[in-house]
Design a protein around this ligand. Sequence first.
Ligand SMILES: [Zn+2]
Length: 510
Amino acid sequence: MTDQILIFDTTLRDGEQSPGCSMNLEEKLRVAAQLEALGVDIIEAGFAIASDGDFEAVQAVAQQCQRAVVASLARAARADIERAAAALKVAKRPRIHTFIATSPLHMKVKLNKSPEQVLESIRESVSLARNLVDDVEWSAEDATRSEPEFLARAIETAIRAGARTINLPDTVGYATPETYGAMFRDMIARVSNADLAIFSTHCHNDLGLGVANTLAAVAAGARQVESTINGIGERAGNAAVEEIAMALKVRHDVLPWRTGIVSTEITRASRLISAVTGMHVQPNKAIVGANAFAHESGIHQDGMLKDSSTYEIMTPESVGQSHSSLVLGKHSGRAAFKDKLESLGYQLSDNEFQDAFQRFKALADAKKQVFDEDIVALVDDEVLRGHDRIQVTEVEVYCGSTGPQRAILTLSIDGEEVTAATKGNGPVDALFNAVKKLVPHDEATLQLYEVSAVTAGADAQAEVSVVLAENGRTVRGVGAHNDTLVASARAYVNALNKLVVKRGRSALAA
Ligand SMILES: [Zn+2]
């Protein structure tokens, strides 16, 4: 058996499905490009039948990807599978990923099907998919709560119908390493045609065991792992790809398997996902948290200065963190800025570069030292918002101890400028009222408003996150600026853009 583990990335599907994590087309394409740079083997680009937007996204990612296999999810239904195949038509290496539930609870309550009917569905759906593409993956939804006898029959049926990857997800995050590993061992031994397929893991983190379960399944013979950047995903998220890849790399002595992950691209991928989804990584998160390589206690610092391996099991450079964070100032020119962008992994178009450079100069004037983190926040803010239909043009706020606070806000909506002056209970309220006046969205409620500093110091840039909810949909917006209120307006408007994308075109006010 090979020691190579295939990495199936589902950041764009399972990850994007998590609350507040929606991405637009441009964002998905940027993520897909970074996933290829990171070296993942398969990119699950979406669920083609879910909406026209999902279909277009799968198609565009399929078109863009040069090396990775591109997959679309499909339920066990003709329309789903045909839609997936249509979206993947332009892919160099298409894969249809079809699934059906196999646990007694799901078959009865959700599908209202007998076990025999489920087997029939597997036969039909996998055969149909195999007629449309060569590479078919089949998943047994809720595998960890399925009866082993029936699960084995289902797997055998899927392989006989042409599936070459068999995924056994822990859909509800219920497994433990021992039970999950045992299930793989049992199925690989029990299913007569198991040698024709690659077995795959898909672990959720409800008990914080996603990565541990994944590694247990690998030890039991799984050779594909499904995971996401930063571990984003439904509920408590999926197993994090950066943790799996680094565990295999750092502990190769006891975990003797390899992945194609280019570990120095990990930090870049993590930052990009944070930027496009607005979901920040907790500071103590393994591998990619802000504190993952920070040493504060005196004893640790002393040891680090003598020999970094005293307290460091891997180097920050090995996951793509640049060594010194201090970079540019107001005398830095275009060339230095361009170099810096390249070292941070950005490839900007000429227009994007001009805009980013202007904002960098403005920031360098306001702030003595410009750090890598500042540049990442600034460029993400500039580039990722560049495609938004509604943009913040100008912000003016009057605030202080005697109210009411007032705001004058100019937005550009599809290129046309509109201005409103409003009052509010505090400057942020006044500002958000101005947005509401210009783009009415009475049904949406503000769920979260959060300000954090990009770096230390009183002159640090503010990064603001905003979550808006409307009819059960939540969207998250982010904005960065050295003026907290400008960052607030940008974050709110960014979230609003995502809401508008979700509702379709008609919702924009004149
Ligand atoms: Zn999942």
